[in-house]
Design a protein around this ligand. Structure first.
Ligand code: ITT
Length: 199
């Protein structure tokens, strides 16, 4: 079998996060026939791995197995240097059951204050995994460096976007035009690698 994705291939986007699903659809630029995990009623697997790549593979494999389609999954998160990489793979879990990211961002601010540091460097990671129902899979990772800023600014994007300013920029991802975010984000960097590997 070929591990090259032909244009127009039907792919299940294995995410239950609408912000990610929108960005992935924008980045994939109508190349594929996309269907979401939500639309197919696929269950959300428990993220039991200890790395972004491990969790992306786990989600892609579960969706490919359950749907019989090629699946694309994204595992991503914010890592703060002074918090030794937290929240990292726990980025979604810091927002709690209600997925309230104002709470998660407040926790980052509070933990930095408790650490008594002015070090604000941080990075976003995005692992993208593609799994074929027959078994093989490919995983890549993109990283974007920047700083966390408080108070949060902007209501565009999702998750931690209002507190993240990419290196060399002055706007947070929450303030930035989504077209500009999509051109430079950790998700776009991961996708560029995926394109080189299998498109
Ligand atoms: P799925 O597993 O269903 O894809 P999720 O939200 O649980 O959805 P993750 O476990 O990968 O996904 O959690 C990643 C979290 O990191 C996500 O909920 C966001 O809060 C945050 N995150 C990832 N990419 C981000 C981005 O581009 N901007 C802001 N926050 C981001």
């Amino acid at each position: 079998m070929s591990l090259i994705l032909q244009p127009g291939t039907r792919i299940v986007v294995a995410t239950h996060n609408p912000g990610k699903a929108r960005e992935l659809a924008e980045i994939l630029e109508n190349r594929f026939d996309l269907v979401t995990a939500g639309a197919l009623g696929l269950p959300e697997p428990e993220e039991t791995e200890t790395t972004f790549e491990g969790n992306a593979l786990l989600k892609a494999r579960a969706a490919a197995r359950a749907s019989g389609l090629i699946a694309l999954a994204d595992d991503s998160g914010l890592s703060v240097t002074a918090l030794r990489g937290a929240p990292g793979i726990y980025s979604a879990r810091w927002a709690g059951e209600t997925k309230d990211f104002s709470l998660a961002m407040a926790r980052v601010e509070q933990d930095l204050r408790a650490a008594g540091t002015s070090e604000s460097s941080a990075w976003f990671t995005c692992a993208l995994a593609v799994a074929w129902p027959e078994g093989p899979a490919v995983v890549v990772e993109g990283r974007l460096d920047g700083d966390v800023v408080f108070p949060a600014r902007g209501d565009r994007g999702f998750g931690y976007d209002p507190i993240f300013v990419p290196k060399g920029e002055s706007q947070t991802f929450g303030e930035m035009d989504p077209i500009k975010k999509d051109a430079m984000s950790h998700r776009a960097l991961a996708f560029a690698q995926l394109r080189a590997a299998i498109l």
